[in-house]
Write a protein that binds this ligand. Sequence first.
Ligand code: TRP
Length: 350
Amino acid sequence: MKNIILTGDRPSGKLHIGHYVGSLKRRVELQNSGKFDEIYVMVADAQALTDNFDNPEKVRANITEVALDYLACGIDPKKSTIFVQSHVEQLTELTFYYMNLVTLSRLERNPTVKTELKQKNFETSIPMGFLTYPVSQTADITAFKATTVPVGEDQLPMLEQAREIVRSFNGLYGETLVEPKAVLPENKSCLRLPGTDGMAKMSKSLGNCIYLSDSADEIKRKVMGMYTDPNHIKVTDPGNTSNNPTFIYLDAFSTDEHFKTYLPEYANLDELKAHYERGGLGDMKVKKLLNAVMQETLEPIRLRREELAKDLDAVWDMLYQGSEKARAVAAQTLSEVKKAMRIDYFADRK
Ligand code: TRP
């Protein structure tokens, strides 16, 4: 069996450092590992429309933003097929057949969907499209026979749903679809990076994100304004590093090399943490280090992004090529699905 990756993001905003450590960085490593036969990275515009149907312009504008973020991080169109979801209309057709295999109560139990419904105040009148997006996500994954889906932790319920649909489809109609598995970041701090304000998740509406496209000044301003341990008032006070976003970011981003370069009095992050916990280490020093680490990490991404953003036409071209390729693959799977279901009535009349 081939090793195939499919993953993607909703183009509802630019991507931030939570996306980067939660999934993007891993994708690039997997892409370059040479262990995968095919890699698909999807800009999930149709899914973004399920909660932005009143603002298609916003989704449109963010397609190239997300594509630029991908390219800037090192997703390489020569190795990975980057495509736009809505161009692959076979995905919609697959979704329609898969919907028969899922109950309404199952969809309502999806913990990620539940949280999103609360955030969006959709609880009292839930749009059908939004509630069924996990089914459409199953279509995205299975259309490419993906075995591996590198995603953030919040996507685990989607993968569970996909596996259930695959089992149910194969049980009813015969072995056709492939059961995917999720790949999460190994570093626990990367699973869910908190916002700069200490809130559990980075979100555009909370204004607590550091974007991959942020300027050096913006990064510095955001890092210097970060929430830390509210009980660490005087420098001499013992501090908490585990609920402290500055230390969580350092967990996610810093290496021993960074310590050698920027803060050689400490061999590594463990030593810095021990000092903070003992008392006697000020937040300013921690933030200065974090700023240096973030600047070093994000500068090459930002510069590449700025370069690529000069030619958006080339980005749309790349997306078009990728989308055409993806469409051919999805069409093949759709025809296998219809054959398995014995609804390929006109197959011998072609
Ligand atoms: N749900 C993902 C997000 O919120 C986007 C997505 C759509 C996706 N289809 C997918 C991710 C299939 C992985 C696999 O960003």
